[in-house]
Design a protein around this ligand. Structure first.
Ligand code: ADP
Ligand code: AMP
Length: 226
């Protein structure tokens, strides 16, 4: 199964991707996580991406497309879930080229109001050691500032401040919202009200993906019996 999660920064893409990956055995490909990993390792890509990320802008398409083509090339048969990519129509067109004959099965579009986005992002705390994500109000760790999964010290991402968030939201509407329209014309988009709590959102996602899997299995059986 090949899935794309779209939504503004803070919509809950990373949070729900982790659960999707556990349930369906897919590979999670987060462009933001791969960029942060490159920065932590001080690679050339990490150094080039730094100023764009810190100001809340988008890293140039050519760098992102090369990075994601490599990552997609390493995924196994079971498929993947893309989180944070594609973020421009140019990236979406390049993704079609990367996939060639393989197709995206579904695009889950997480819809969230702007005030909620700002609250979610400024309250987000992340574990730099294992990548787990929490929220100071809605998804608290058991012990303040400590990761439940690995005991690491939770941090606020440098781009999760109110000023930078505003810039990121502007880029979302200008450059990423048209990506939703691109996939809408291909009839791949399933809209989800992601203002709801995380349990409600993941239930909607599982219901949709379970149905999709069932349909795909049926199709395989039909093709065999033809
Ligand atoms: P994205 O990957 O889209 O930027 P995240 O998954 O990191 O967003 O979520 C942003 C913040 O909001 C995190 O702190 C997360 O714990 C919290 N969060 C995610 N989904 C929900 C939800 N449905 N309700 C409340 N808080 C949520
Ligand atoms: P994220 O973790 O998805 O919130 O991404 C963090 C930052 O990484 C973004 O604000 C961008 O600067 C950069 N980034 C991540 N994915 C992309 C992408 N597909 N295209 C351009 N920039 C990206």
């Amino acid at each position: 199964m090949r899935v794309i999660l779209l939504g503004a920064p803070g919509a809950g893409k990373g949070t729900h991707c982790k659960k999707i990956v556990e349930r369906y055995g897919l590979t999670h490909l987060s462009s933001g996580d791969i960029l942060r990993q490159n920065r932590a390792e001080n690679t050339e890509l990490g150094r080039k991406a730094q100023s764009y990320m810190d100001s809340g802008g988008l890293v140039p398409d050519e760098l992102i497309v090369k990075m994601m083509a490599e990552a997609i090339g390493k995924t196994g048969k079971k498929g993947f879930v893309l989180d944070g990519f594609p973020r421009t129509v140019e990236q979406a067109l390049e993704l079609d080229n990367i996939l060639a004959n393989e197709k995206i099965d579904i695009v889950l579009n997480l819809e969230v109001n702007d005030e909620i986005i700002v609250r979610r992002i400024t309250g987000r705390r992340s574990c730099p050691a294992c990548g787990a994500v929490y929220h100071i109000e809605t998804m608290k760790p058991k012990v303040d500032e400590v990761c439940d999964k690995c005991g690491g010290k939770l941090m606020q991402r440098p781009d999760d401040t109110e000023n930078v968030v505003k810039n990121r939201i502007e880029h979302y509407y200008a450059q990423t919202a048209p990506v939703v329209d691109y996939y809408r014309t291909k009839k791949l988009v399933f809209d989800i009200d992601a203002n709801k709590g995380p349990n409600d959102v993941i239930s909607l996602i599982f219901k949709k993906l379970d149905n999709l899997k069932r349909k795909q299995k049926k199709q395989v059986v039909n093709n065999i019996s033809l």
